[in-house]
Design a protein around this ligand. Structure first.
Ligand code: NAI
Length: 261
């Protein structure tokens, strides 16, 4: 049975940072459900390959270069999508970078690199797409947030600052743009195995810690996030905006004891 409530078929969906990891999985999830997906990233060859790999649905995914740290790229992307497809129904803000270091060792360049992509890039891409959504009087934005948004993990301070900002943008843009029928929500994933995190989680001590401290007793997979993204883009969440949904195997629900009671 095809459930219209959860349908994203025919939607024009832009995924920033769609070349691999979470962005690739979310893009593939939308393609499989009949959306017209545009995946973006910094390198043409990389996103062309990913677009070809995930094009298993009725509408092939289209690659368009956009470094979210470059305002001209954002402008070109939005103009390119609108001139080719006429509108943007859903923006999925996935592009993100991280560096693990002690607070006292971050250089200004490293700090700027992280904030420029995760925070400034997300703000100005949302702004550019938001203008189009205001004009078309509809749209949905889905931000990829993090567990770091509330309580920072050790060694990722600039990243945690950026993700706290993503939560604020989720609520703030939802509040300002509700009158234009634009909904803005976020997914805060738990620990998901991707190229960004593989090095950390290949450490057996970390793996045991992650499995033991997640109520569902495993680390996340990129596909674990697809259902929530489809829900947030579809009519099923029509009255939901400004919310951060944790998809983390229960990690944020409570603290587990290391001993049997
Ligand atoms: P990843 O490193 O595999 O993917 C990041 C994506 O962003 C890549 O496609 C990369 O090309 C793109 N990107 C980086 N800089 C960019 C720029 N300037 N312009 C355009 N695209 C750019 O990492 P992963 O794990 O898939 O992360 C995706 C998002 O999910 C990030 O925002 C990350 O903070 C977030 N996240 C990841 C978690 C995890 O455990 N893997 C947990 C919580 C959040």
């Amino acid at each position: 049975m095809q459930d219209e409530l959860f349908s994203v078929a025919g939607q024009v969906v832009v995924v920033s940072g769609g070349s691999r990891g979470i962005g690739e999985a979310l893009a593939a999830g939308f393609v499989q459900r009949g959306a017209q997906v545009i995946i973006t990233g910094r390198e043409a060859a990389t996103i062309e390959k990913t677009a070809s790999d995930i094009s298993t649905g009725p509408l092939p995914a289209v690659p368009m270069v956009c470094d979210v740290a470059q305002l001209e790229d954002i402008d070109q992307l939005v103009k390119g999508v609108v001139s080719r497809f006429g509108r943007i129904d859903t923006l999925v803000n996935v592009a993100g970078v991280n560096k693990r270091k002690k607070v006292e060792t971050f250089s200004p360049d490293e700090y700027d690199f992280i904030l420029n992509v995760n925070l400034r890039g997300l703000f100005f891409l949302s702004q550019a797409v938001g203008k189009q959504m205001i004009a078309q009087k509809s749209g949905t934005i889905i931000n990829i947030d993090s567990l770091n948004t509330n309580s920072p993990l050790k060694g990722v301070m600039p990243y945690a600052i950026s993700k706290a900002g993503v939560s604020m943008m989720t609520r703030g843009m939802a509040a300002e743009w509700g009158e234009h029928r634009i909904r803005v929500n976020a997914i805060a994933p738990g620990f998901i195995l991707t190229d960004m995190t593989n090095k950390l989680w290949s450490n057996p001590t970390m793996q045991k810690w992650g499995n033991d401290n997640t109520p569902l007793k495993r680390l996340g997979r990129v596909d674990d996030l697809v259902g929530t993204a489809i829900y947030l883009a579809s009519q099923a969440s029509a009255f939901m905006t400004g919310q951060v949904l944790y998809v983390d195997g229960g990690m944020s629900a409570g603290t587990l004891w290391p001993i049997e009671l």
